[in-house]
Write a protein that binds this ligand. Sequence first.
Ligand SMILES: Cc1ncc(COP(=O)(O)O)c(C=O)c1O
Length: 428
Amino acid sequence: MLTSDEVKQDFPIFETLGDGYAYLDNAATTQKPRSVLDAIHNFYTSQNSNVYRGIYRLSEDATDSYHKARRNIAEFIGSGNPDSLIFTRNATESLNLVASSLGKGLRPGDEVLISIMEHHSNIVPWQLWLPAGVKLKYADIDSEGHLDMESFQENLTGRTKIVSLVHESNLLGTINNAMEIGRIAHDNGAVFILDGAQSVPHMPVDVERLGCDFLAFSGHKMLGPMGIGCLYGRMDILEKMPPFLGGGEMIREVYRDHSVWNDVPQKFEAGTPNVAGAIGLSAAVDYLRSYGMENVRSHEKRLMKKTFDLEQEAGIPELISYGPRELENRGGIYSFNIGKIAPMDLESQILEESSLKIGSAVHPHDVASSLDGDKIAVRSGHHCAMPLTHRLGVVATSRASYYIYNSESDVENLFQAIANVAVKYHER
Ligand SMILES: Cc1ncc(COP(=O)(O)O)c(C=O)c1O
């Protein structure tokens, strides 16, 4: 297995950023290896033409590369059928596609069950069906940030038609037991959708083994380019689903008053696709495969262990962190606060002598900007999971998230910088 320093050599951006830069915002987007940049460059310099439409060599080559990318990515997530993989712009569009299309079959009183730890992209597309009388229910979390299975069971009823769940939480790092939840959902007759935006990049994911009906993920969070994402779906369900967007490529025939849909996956890919994006994502998949997804997972476990050890050693009394402590159920995501700012505190604007201190805490935005001064990139905010931040009783958190080019010394730098912010806070 390559060391993180060896991995870094494959990523030109780290030459630009210089030594000692800790990029710890991988849950938002990851950096791109040279092989991905080259694959995109090669497409535009040797194959650029529109797919499907051309009866000439260049277009046939582009179409062939696009098909190969689809097959490669489908195999990466354990699907033997390339047609089960639909290209979208990102995980958000994948979830919108499935919510929009499946939602058309829901009746007033039907229920969709999600959890309180969802990203907005697995909440809002379902909320769009509320005016049609569909009920949206939330399974809660327990005090450690695991999915509360009692709450899940209580919210599952005879009217639950869809269970849609995040595989790994982008705020808590919690890894949900997708196989068990899928089994319960199916026993209840519900369709089971998995938001794999944070799991597919970080652990082996196999749709056949997990038994999910749909899996959504984004290319840019797994070393691929922005603007390409995927939706895996079970063929028998996809074939019955109405289209999402209308236009070219998704039709077989168009008449004045009706159209005949193309086969899956084209039925769900209206318009010119992001061919270079698909080819770039396929190169990213090759990179991850050669590193080994088990190795990605074990590397991140090691970094999380270091994180918890340093958190304990640092002994910063105001430091609060979120999510399960057992590494088995925890991805490489560390959300924390220096003191707690409840939503009410901000509303009443309890600002003390500077913006660094609100009530008895340091605002996560101030934490992130202070860390930026130490060449550490972390995210701060609600991480597109506002119902979860409110459930945790805070307005926001700071979040460090790891990937294969991060090292234990990045984690050491992080804790040194957090300690500096806490000291600064004490001085005020
Ligand atoms: C768990 C989860 N789901 C969905 C998304 C949406 O991904 P994208 O913005 O690439 O569509 C994210 C992005 O952070 C995420 O973390």
